[in-house]
Design a binder for this molecule. Structure first.
Ligand SMILES: Nc1nc2c(ncn2[C@@H]2O[C@H](COP(=O)(O)OP(=O)(O)O)[C@@H](O)[C@H]2O)c(=O)[nH]1
Ligand SMILES: [Mg+2]
Length: 451
Protein backbone atom coordinates (compact mmCIF):
# COMPACT_ATOMS: atom_id res chain seq x y z
CA UNK A 1 0.00 0.00 0.00
CA UNK A 2 1.12 3.45 -0.67
CA UNK A 3 2.51 5.36 2.25
CA UNK A 4 0.58 8.34 1.04
CA UNK A 5 -2.76 7.57 2.60
CA UNK A 6 -1.42 6.13 5.85
CA UNK A 7 -2.55 8.94 8.12
CA UNK A 8 -5.90 9.41 6.48
CA UNK A 9 -6.35 5.70 6.49
CA UNK A 10 -5.63 5.41 10.20
CA UNK A 11 -8.10 8.17 10.98
CA UNK A 12 -10.87 6.77 8.84
CA UNK A 13 -10.29 3.27 10.14
CA UNK A 14 -10.82 4.71 13.59
CA UNK A 15 -14.19 6.10 12.55
CA UNK A 16 -15.15 2.80 10.96
CA UNK A 17 -14.14 0.84 14.05
CA UNK A 18 -16.23 3.07 16.28
CA UNK A 19 -19.23 2.67 14.00
CA UNK A 20 -18.84 -1.09 13.91
CA UNK A 21 -19.18 -1.30 17.64
CA UNK A 22 -22.62 0.23 17.47
CA UNK A 23 -25.76 -1.58 16.57
CA UNK A 24 -28.12 1.34 16.28
CA UNK A 25 -27.04 4.78 15.20
CA UNK A 26 -28.65 7.96 16.40
CA UNK A 27 -28.58 11.16 14.37
CA UNK A 28 -25.96 12.36 16.84
CA UNK A 29 -23.81 9.28 16.19
CA UNK A 30 -23.93 9.99 12.48
CA UNK A 31 -23.01 13.64 12.97
CA UNK A 32 -20.12 12.67 15.24
CA UNK A 33 -18.80 10.23 12.64
CA UNK A 34 -19.20 12.83 9.88
CA UNK A 35 -17.31 15.36 11.92
CA UNK A 36 -14.42 12.99 12.39
CA UNK A 37 -14.41 12.14 8.69
CA UNK A 38 -14.39 15.83 7.86
CA UNK A 39 -11.41 16.53 10.12
CA UNK A 40 -9.54 13.51 8.77
CA UNK A 41 -10.02 14.68 5.18
CA UNK A 42 -9.06 18.28 5.92
CA UNK A 43 -5.92 17.09 7.67
CA UNK A 44 -5.13 15.06 4.59
CA UNK A 45 -5.23 18.35 2.65
CA UNK A 46 -8.36 17.53 0.72
CA UNK A 47 -10.01 20.50 -0.93
CA UNK A 48 -12.65 22.09 1.29
CA UNK A 49 -15.46 21.91 -1.28
CA UNK A 50 -14.67 18.30 -1.95
CA UNK A 51 -14.84 17.54 1.76
CA UNK A 52 -18.15 19.33 2.10
CA UNK A 53 -19.70 17.52 -0.85
CA UNK A 54 -18.43 14.23 0.39
CA UNK A 55 -19.85 14.51 3.89
CA UNK A 56 -23.11 15.97 2.59
CA UNK A 57 -23.62 12.99 0.34
CA UNK A 58 -23.04 10.56 3.18
CA UNK A 59 -25.37 12.47 5.47
CA UNK A 60 -28.15 12.50 2.88
CA UNK A 61 -27.88 8.77 2.35
CA UNK A 62 -27.52 7.91 6.02
CA UNK A 63 -30.57 9.92 6.98
CA UNK A 64 -32.73 8.97 4.03
CA UNK A 65 -31.96 5.29 3.98
CA UNK A 66 -34.40 2.53 4.73
CA UNK A 67 -33.03 0.02 7.18
CA UNK A 68 -31.46 -3.00 5.63
CA UNK A 69 -32.53 -6.40 6.84
CA UNK A 70 -29.06 -7.81 6.61
CA UNK A 71 -26.75 -4.92 7.46
CA UNK A 72 -26.63 -3.13 10.77
CA UNK A 73 -27.09 0.65 10.54
CA UNK A 74 -23.37 1.07 11.25
CA UNK A 75 -22.46 -1.28 8.44
CA UNK A 76 -24.74 0.67 6.18
CA UNK A 77 -22.99 3.94 6.99
CA UNK A 78 -19.61 2.31 6.42
CA UNK A 79 -20.86 1.19 3.06
CA UNK A 80 -21.95 4.75 2.20
CA UNK A 81 -18.56 6.12 3.23
CA UNK A 82 -16.90 3.59 0.99
CA UNK A 83 -19.29 4.24 -1.89
CA UNK A 84 -18.79 7.98 -1.71
CA UNK A 85 -15.04 7.69 -1.35
CA UNK A 86 -15.09 5.56 -4.47
CA UNK A 87 -17.20 8.20 -6.22
CA UNK A 88 -14.83 10.97 -5.14
CA UNK A 89 -11.96 8.98 -6.61
CA UNK A 90 -13.83 8.75 -9.89
CA UNK A 91 -16.24 5.84 -9.60
CA UNK A 92 -15.52 3.38 -12.36
CA UNK A 93 -12.04 2.77 -13.62
CA UNK A 94 -10.97 4.41 -16.86
CA UNK A 95 -11.08 2.26 -19.96
CA UNK A 96 -9.03 3.00 -23.02
CA UNK A 97 -10.65 2.21 -26.30
CA UNK A 98 -8.18 1.77 -29.05
CA UNK A 99 -8.63 3.60 -32.32
CA UNK A 100 -10.18 1.39 -35.00
CA UNK A 101 -7.70 2.95 -37.38
CA UNK A 102 -4.35 2.71 -35.55
CA UNK A 103 -2.31 4.18 -34.14
CA UNK A 104 -4.08 5.30 -31.00
CA UNK A 105 -2.35 8.57 -30.16
CA UNK A 106 -1.79 9.49 -26.53
CA UNK A 107 -0.31 12.78 -25.44
CA UNK A 108 1.07 13.46 -21.99
CA UNK A 109 1.07 16.98 -20.57
CA UNK A 110 1.90 18.44 -17.20
CA UNK A 111 4.29 20.54 -15.19
CA UNK A 112 8.01 19.90 -15.22
CA UNK A 113 8.94 17.18 -12.78
CA UNK A 114 5.41 15.83 -12.52
CA UNK A 115 6.61 12.54 -13.92
CA UNK A 116 5.58 12.77 -17.59
CA UNK A 117 8.64 11.18 -19.11
CA UNK A 118 8.66 8.38 -16.55
CA UNK A 119 4.92 7.86 -17.07
CA UNK A 120 5.43 7.71 -20.84
CA UNK A 121 7.92 4.89 -20.36
CA UNK A 122 5.65 3.08 -17.93
CA UNK A 123 2.58 3.48 -20.10
CA UNK A 124 4.60 2.05 -22.99
CA UNK A 125 5.50 -1.01 -20.95
CA UNK A 126 1.91 -1.33 -19.71
CA UNK A 127 0.69 -1.26 -23.34
CA UNK A 128 3.26 -3.84 -24.35
CA UNK A 129 2.06 -6.13 -21.57
CA UNK A 130 -1.46 -5.68 -22.95
CA UNK A 131 -0.24 -7.02 -26.26
CA UNK A 132 0.08 -3.64 -27.97
CA UNK A 133 2.98 -2.35 -30.02
CA UNK A 134 3.64 1.11 -28.67
CA UNK A 135 6.05 3.78 -29.79
CA UNK A 136 7.39 6.37 -27.39
CA UNK A 137 7.87 9.81 -28.86
CA UNK A 138 10.26 12.36 -27.44
CA UNK A 139 8.65 15.72 -28.20
CA UNK A 140 10.18 17.53 -25.25
CA UNK A 141 12.92 19.26 -27.18
CA UNK A 142 13.51 21.98 -24.63
CA UNK A 143 16.29 19.95 -23.06
CA UNK A 144 18.34 17.33 -24.93
CA UNK A 145 18.48 15.29 -21.74
CA UNK A 146 14.70 14.83 -21.80
CA UNK A 147 14.81 13.00 -25.12
CA UNK A 148 17.70 10.87 -23.92
CA UNK A 149 15.81 10.04 -20.70
CA UNK A 150 12.86 8.76 -22.70
CA UNK A 151 15.10 6.84 -25.09
CA UNK A 152 16.69 5.03 -22.16
CA UNK A 153 13.31 4.23 -20.64
CA UNK A 154 12.14 2.87 -23.99
CA UNK A 155 15.24 0.73 -24.22
CA UNK A 156 14.90 -0.83 -20.80
CA UNK A 157 11.15 -1.25 -21.30
CA UNK A 158 11.71 -2.91 -24.68
CA UNK A 159 9.49 -0.40 -26.40
CA UNK A 160 10.04 1.46 -29.68
CA UNK A 161 11.26 5.01 -29.57
CA UNK A 162 11.15 7.94 -31.95
CA UNK A 163 12.44 11.49 -31.94
CA UNK A 164 14.28 13.87 -34.23
CA UNK A 165 15.93 17.24 -33.84
CA UNK A 166 13.22 19.49 -35.24
CA UNK A 167 10.22 21.10 -33.55
CA UNK A 168 7.82 19.39 -31.13
CA UNK A 169 4.99 19.70 -33.62
CA UNK A 170 7.06 18.18 -36.43
CA UNK A 171 8.27 15.35 -34.20
CA UNK A 172 4.73 14.50 -33.23
CA UNK A 173 3.54 14.60 -36.83
CA UNK A 174 6.40 12.44 -38.13
CA UNK A 175 5.97 10.01 -35.27
CA UNK A 176 2.35 9.27 -36.10
CA UNK A 177 3.22 8.76 -39.79
CA UNK A 178 6.15 6.55 -38.85
CA UNK A 179 4.10 4.46 -36.44
CA UNK A 180 1.50 3.91 -39.12
CA UNK A 181 4.08 2.83 -41.65
CA UNK A 182 5.89 0.40 -39.35
CA UNK A 183 2.73 -0.97 -37.75
CA UNK A 184 2.94 0.47 -34.25
CA UNK A 185 -0.58 0.71 -32.85
CA UNK A 186 -0.06 3.11 -29.92
CA UNK A 187 1.87 6.36 -30.01
CA UNK A 188 2.76 7.98 -26.69
CA UNK A 189 3.92 11.58 -27.00
CA UNK A 190 6.01 13.01 -24.16
CA UNK A 191 5.86 16.81 -24.15
CA UNK A 192 7.80 19.59 -22.46
CA UNK A 193 6.70 20.90 -19.11
CA UNK A 194 7.35 24.17 -17.35
CA UNK A 195 7.83 25.04 -13.75
CA UNK A 196 4.57 26.87 -13.88
CA UNK A 197 1.88 27.55 -16.41
CA UNK A 198 2.92 29.96 -19.14
CA UNK A 199 1.45 31.02 -22.44
CA UNK A 200 4.26 29.63 -24.54
CA UNK A 201 3.85 26.19 -23.00
CA UNK A 202 0.12 26.22 -23.56
CA UNK A 203 0.59 27.33 -27.17
CA UNK A 204 3.05 24.50 -27.83
CA UNK A 205 0.71 21.96 -26.28
CA UNK A 206 -2.24 23.15 -28.34
CA UNK A 207 -0.17 23.09 -31.52
CA UNK A 208 0.82 19.45 -30.90
CA UNK A 209 -2.76 18.62 -30.05
CA UNK A 210 -4.01 20.19 -33.28
CA UNK A 211 -1.37 18.47 -35.35
CA UNK A 212 -1.57 14.92 -34.13
CA UNK A 213 -5.21 14.87 -33.01
CA UNK A 214 -4.57 12.64 -30.01
CA UNK A 215 -7.21 10.13 -29.00
CA UNK A 216 -6.25 10.78 -25.41
CA UNK A 217 -4.59 13.67 -23.61
CA UNK A 218 -3.54 12.78 -20.10
CA UNK A 219 -2.53 15.33 -17.53
CA UNK A 220 0.29 13.99 -15.41
CA UNK A 221 -0.12 15.12 -11.81
CA UNK A 222 2.40 14.71 -9.02
CA UNK A 223 0.35 13.57 -6.05
CA UNK A 224 2.91 15.06 -3.70
CA UNK A 225 2.17 18.68 -4.60
CA UNK A 226 -1.04 18.83 -2.67
CA UNK A 227 -3.64 21.44 -3.36
CA UNK A 228 -1.37 23.52 -5.60
CA UNK A 229 -1.81 20.78 -8.13
CA UNK A 230 -5.48 21.60 -8.38
CA UNK A 231 -5.14 25.12 -9.77
CA UNK A 232 -2.60 23.81 -12.25
CA UNK A 233 -4.85 20.99 -13.29
CA UNK A 234 -7.65 23.44 -13.83
CA UNK A 235 -5.46 25.58 -16.12
CA UNK A 236 -4.43 22.57 -18.19
CA UNK A 237 -8.02 21.44 -18.44
CA UNK A 238 -8.90 24.80 -19.99
CA UNK A 239 -6.01 24.74 -22.48
CA UNK A 240 -6.29 21.22 -23.87
CA UNK A 241 -9.00 18.67 -24.23
CA UNK A 242 -8.09 16.48 -21.29
CA UNK A 243 -9.21 12.87 -21.29
CA UNK A 244 -8.01 12.00 -17.84
CA UNK A 245 -5.27 12.12 -15.29
CA UNK A 246 -2.19 10.09 -14.60
CA UNK A 247 -1.38 10.36 -10.94
CA UNK A 248 2.27 9.86 -10.08
CA UNK A 249 4.33 9.39 -6.93
CA UNK A 250 1.59 7.68 -5.00
CA UNK A 251 4.43 5.91 -3.25
CA UNK A 252 5.44 9.20 -1.68
CA UNK A 253 4.46 10.28 1.79
CA UNK A 254 2.28 13.26 0.97
CA UNK A 255 -1.06 13.38 2.69
CA UNK A 256 -3.07 12.43 -0.34
CA UNK A 257 -5.31 15.48 -0.55
CA UNK A 258 -4.56 16.19 -4.19
CA UNK A 259 -5.31 12.64 -5.18
CA UNK A 260 -8.64 12.87 -3.43
CA UNK A 261 -9.57 16.25 -4.86
CA UNK A 262 -8.35 16.20 -8.43
CA UNK A 263 -11.24 14.26 -9.93
CA UNK A 264 -13.91 16.51 -8.53
CA UNK A 265 -12.01 19.69 -9.36
CA UNK A 266 -11.15 18.77 -12.96
CA UNK A 267 -14.18 16.55 -13.56
CA UNK A 268 -11.75 14.09 -15.14
CA UNK A 269 -11.04 10.56 -14.06
CA UNK A 270 -7.72 9.27 -12.83
CA UNK A 271 -6.86 6.88 -15.62
CA UNK A 272 -3.55 5.53 -14.38
CA UNK A 273 -1.52 5.67 -11.22
CA UNK A 274 2.19 5.41 -10.78
CA UNK A 275 3.30 3.97 -7.50
CA UNK A 276 7.06 3.81 -7.73
CA UNK A 277 10.11 4.47 -9.84
CA UNK A 278 10.28 1.03 -11.43
CA UNK A 279 8.91 0.66 -14.93
CA UNK A 280 6.21 -1.78 -13.94
CA UNK A 281 4.99 0.15 -10.92
CA UNK A 282 2.13 1.56 -12.88
CA UNK A 283 -1.40 0.43 -13.53
CA UNK A 284 -4.97 1.38 -14.24
CA UNK A 285 -6.36 3.33 -11.30
CA UNK A 286 -9.15 1.46 -9.54
CA UNK A 287 -11.19 3.92 -7.43
CA UNK A 288 -13.00 1.22 -5.52
CA UNK A 289 -9.88 -0.67 -4.57
CA UNK A 290 -8.22 2.53 -3.48
CA UNK A 291 -11.24 3.49 -1.37
CA UNK A 292 -11.25 0.06 0.26
CA UNK A 293 -7.60 0.37 1.05
CA UNK A 294 -7.93 3.85 2.46
CA UNK A 295 -10.70 2.64 4.72
CA UNK A 296 -8.56 -0.33 5.71
CA UNK A 297 -11.43 -2.65 5.05
CA UNK A 298 -9.66 -5.46 3.32
CA UNK A 299 -12.41 -6.76 1.14
CA UNK A 300 -14.93 -6.57 3.91
CA UNK A 301 -17.25 -4.63 1.65
CA UNK A 302 -17.33 -7.37 -0.91
CA UNK A 303 -18.24 -9.61 1.97
CA UNK A 304 -21.04 -7.29 3.05
CA UNK A 305 -22.32 -7.28 -0.50
CA UNK A 306 -22.04 -11.01 -0.75
CA UNK A 307 -23.96 -11.40 2.47
CA UNK A 308 -26.62 -9.04 1.16
CA UNK A 309 -26.91 -11.06 -2.02
CA UNK A 310 -26.80 -14.56 -0.60
CA UNK A 311 -28.02 -14.63 2.93
CA UNK A 312 -31.67 -15.08 3.41
CA UNK A 313 -32.55 -12.26 5.78
CA UNK A 314 -35.47 -14.13 7.28
CA UNK A 315 -33.39 -17.12 8.23
CA UNK A 316 -30.58 -14.92 9.53
CA UNK A 317 -33.01 -12.97 11.68
CA UNK A 318 -34.68 -16.06 12.99
CA UNK A 319 -31.29 -17.41 14.02
CA UNK A 320 -30.37 -14.15 15.70
CA UNK A 321 -33.63 -14.05 17.66
CA UNK A 322 -33.28 -17.61 18.87
CA UNK A 323 -29.71 -16.92 19.77
CA UNK A 324 -30.70 -13.90 21.82
CA UNK A 325 -33.39 -15.96 23.54
CA UNK A 326 -30.92 -18.75 24.32
CA UNK A 327 -32.96 -21.11 22.15
CA UNK A 328 -30.46 -21.69 19.41
CA UNK A 329 -30.53 -25.41 18.64
CA UNK A 330 -28.85 -27.80 16.25
CA UNK A 331 -31.51 -27.21 13.68
CA UNK A 332 -30.73 -23.49 13.64
CA UNK A 333 -27.08 -24.37 13.57
CA UNK A 334 -27.55 -26.44 10.45
CA UNK A 335 -29.68 -23.79 8.82
CA UNK A 336 -27.15 -21.05 9.49
CA UNK A 337 -24.32 -23.22 8.36
CA UNK A 338 -26.07 -23.78 5.07
CA UNK A 339 -26.49 -20.03 4.72
CA UNK A 340 -22.79 -19.45 5.20
CA UNK A 341 -21.99 -22.15 2.71
CA UNK A 342 -24.01 -20.29 0.09
CA UNK A 343 -21.47 -17.51 0.31
CA UNK A 344 -18.81 -19.74 -1.12
CA UNK A 345 -15.73 -21.53 0.13
CA UNK A 346 -14.86 -20.59 3.69
CA UNK A 347 -11.33 -19.85 2.73
CA UNK A 348 -12.53 -17.14 0.42
CA UNK A 349 -14.71 -15.64 3.12
CA UNK A 350 -11.91 -15.61 5.69
CA UNK A 351 -9.52 -14.00 3.28
CA UNK A 352 -11.93 -11.10 2.90
CA UNK A 353 -12.14 -10.30 6.58
CA UNK A 354 -9.75 -7.71 7.95
CA UNK A 355 -7.95 -8.41 11.19
CA UNK A 356 -7.65 -12.13 10.53
CA UNK A 357 -4.05 -13.25 10.97
CA UNK A 358 -2.33 -14.19 7.75
CA UNK A 359 -1.50 -17.71 9.02
CA UNK A 360 -5.16 -18.34 9.50
CA UNK A 361 -6.02 -16.99 6.08
CA UNK A 362 -3.42 -19.19 4.47
CA UNK A 363 -4.31 -22.28 6.46
CA UNK A 364 -6.36 -24.88 4.70
CA UNK A 365 -9.88 -24.59 5.97
CA UNK A 366 -11.28 -28.00 6.52
CA UNK A 367 -14.35 -28.03 4.35
CA UNK A 368 -14.58 -31.79 4.84
CA UNK A 369 -15.02 -31.30 8.57
CA UNK A 370 -17.99 -29.05 7.88
CA UNK A 371 -19.53 -31.54 5.51
CA UNK A 372 -19.18 -34.16 8.25
CA UNK A 373 -20.92 -31.94 10.79
CA UNK A 374 -23.66 -31.28 8.31
CA UNK A 375 -24.08 -35.01 7.68
CA UNK A 376 -24.32 -35.75 11.40
CA UNK A 377 -26.94 -33.11 12.06
CA UNK A 378 -28.88 -34.18 8.99
CA UNK A 379 -29.07 -37.72 10.39
CA UNK A 380 -30.76 -36.51 13.56
CA UNK A 381 -34.48 -36.37 14.01
CA UNK A 382 -36.16 -33.02 14.44
CA UNK A 383 -36.64 -33.74 18.13
CA UNK A 384 -32.98 -34.57 18.58
CA UNK A 385 -31.88 -31.37 16.93
CA UNK A 386 -34.13 -29.31 19.16
CA UNK A 387 -33.25 -31.16 22.34
CA UNK A 388 -29.82 -32.78 21.96
CA UNK A 389 -30.04 -33.96 25.60
CA UNK A 390 -32.32 -36.81 24.53
CA UNK A 391 -29.55 -38.36 22.47
CA UNK A 392 -28.59 -41.50 24.35
CA UNK A 393 -26.16 -44.26 23.37
CA UNK A 394 -28.52 -46.03 20.99
CA UNK A 395 -29.65 -42.82 19.28
CA UNK A 396 -26.01 -41.84 19.03
CA UNK A 397 -25.17 -45.09 17.26
CA UNK A 398 -28.07 -44.66 14.87
CA UNK A 399 -26.95 -41.13 13.99
CA UNK A 400 -23.38 -42.34 13.51
CA UNK A 401 -24.52 -45.11 11.18
CA UNK A 402 -26.72 -42.77 9.24
CA UNK A 403 -24.06 -40.16 8.69
CA UNK A 404 -21.03 -42.37 8.23
CA UNK A 405 -19.44 -40.90 11.34
CA UNK A 406 -18.23 -42.74 14.41
CA UNK A 407 -20.18 -42.69 17.64
CA UNK A 408 -17.28 -40.70 19.11
CA UNK A 409 -17.63 -38.20 16.28
CA UNK A 410 -21.25 -37.60 17.22
CA UNK A 411 -20.31 -37.20 20.89
CA UNK A 412 -17.63 -34.67 19.94
CA UNK A 413 -20.01 -32.61 17.90
CA UNK A 414 -22.59 -32.59 20.67
CA UNK A 415 -19.97 -31.49 23.19
CA UNK A 416 -18.77 -28.72 20.89
CA UNK A 417 -22.29 -27.53 20.37
CA UNK A 418 -22.94 -27.50 24.10
CA UNK A 419 -19.78 -25.45 24.73
CA UNK A 420 -20.80 -23.08 22.01
CA UNK A 421 -24.29 -22.70 23.42
CA UNK A 422 -22.85 -21.91 26.80
CA UNK A 423 -20.51 -19.36 25.31
CA UNK A 424 -23.27 -17.75 23.30
CA UNK A 425 -25.50 -17.53 26.31
CA UNK A 426 -22.82 -15.62 28.17
CA UNK A 427 -22.34 -13.31 25.25
CA UNK A 428 -26.04 -12.94 24.78
CA UNK A 429 -26.29 -11.49 28.27
CA UNK A 430 -23.40 -9.13 27.64
CA UNK A 431 -24.66 -8.20 24.19
CA UNK A 432 -22.69 -8.73 21.02
CA UNK A 433 -18.95 -8.71 21.49
CA UNK A 434 -17.71 -5.18 20.78
CA UNK A 435 -14.46 -6.38 19.30
CA UNK A 436 -16.15 -8.60 16.81
CA UNK A 437 -15.03 -7.57 13.36
CA UNK A 438 -17.50 -9.59 11.44
CA UNK A 439 -19.09 -7.98 8.44
CA UNK A 440 -22.51 -9.44 8.80
CA UNK A 441 -22.79 -9.39 12.54
CA UNK A 442 -26.25 -10.83 12.66
CA UNK A 443 -24.76 -13.96 11.30
CA UNK A 444 -21.72 -13.83 13.46
CA UNK A 445 -22.63 -16.90 15.45
CA UNK A 446 -21.86 -18.97 12.42
CA UNK A 447 -18.39 -17.57 12.30
CA UNK A 448 -17.82 -18.40 15.92
CA UNK A 449 -18.91 -21.93 15.45
CA UNK A 450 -16.48 -22.33 12.63
CA UNK A 451 -13.42 -21.82 14.76
N1 LIG B 1 8.98 7.77 -6.33
C1 LIG B 1 8.53 8.07 -7.54
N2 LIG B 1 9.24 8.87 -8.33
C2 LIG B 1 8.77 9.17 -9.55
C3 LIG B 1 7.53 8.65 -10.01
N3 LIG B 1 7.32 9.11 -11.26
C4 LIG B 1 8.39 9.90 -11.54
N4 LIG B 1 9.27 9.94 -10.53
C5 LIG B 1 10.51 10.70 -10.44
O1 LIG B 1 10.22 12.08 -10.54
C6 LIG B 1 11.25 12.78 -11.23
C7 LIG B 1 10.67 13.57 -12.39
O2 LIG B 1 10.13 12.65 -13.33
P1 LIG B 1 10.10 12.94 -14.88
O3 LIG B 1 9.44 11.78 -15.53
O4 LIG B 1 11.43 13.31 -15.40
O5 LIG B 1 9.14 14.21 -14.92
P2 LIG B 1 8.77 15.17 -16.14
O6 LIG B 1 9.61 16.39 -15.97
O7 LIG B 1 7.33 15.49 -15.97
O8 LIG B 1 9.04 14.44 -17.39
C8 LIG B 1 12.24 11.72 -11.67
O9 LIG B 1 13.30 11.72 -10.74
C9 LIG B 1 11.45 10.43 -11.58
O10 LIG B 1 12.28 9.33 -11.31
C10 LIG B 1 6.78 7.81 -9.11
O11 LIG B 1 5.69 7.31 -9.40
N5 LIG B 1 7.33 7.54 -7.89
MG1 LIG C 1 10.18 14.97 -18.98
Amino acid sequence: MTAMFDNLSARLEGVVTKLRKKGRLSAADIEAALKEIRIALLEADVNLDVVRNFTDRIRTRAIGSATSRVLTPAQQVIKYVNDELTATLGGDSFKISFAPNPPTVIMLVGLQGSGKTTAAGKLGVWMRHKGRHPMLVGADLARPAAVEQLRLLAESGKVDFFSEPSTPVDVARSAVAKARSVGRDVVIVDTAGRLSIDDQLMAEMSAIERTCQPDYVFLVVDAMIGQDALATADAFAKAVNLSGIILTKLDGDARGGAALSVVEVTKKQIAFASIGEKLDEFDTFYPERMANRILGMGDVLSLIEKAERNIDATIAEKGAKKLAAGKFDLEDFLEQMQQVKKMGPLKGILSMLPGIPRELKDAEINEGELARIEAIISSMTRAERREPAIIDASRRQRIANGSGATSQGVTNLLRQFKDMQKMMKQMGVAGPSPTKKSAASRNSKKKRTRR
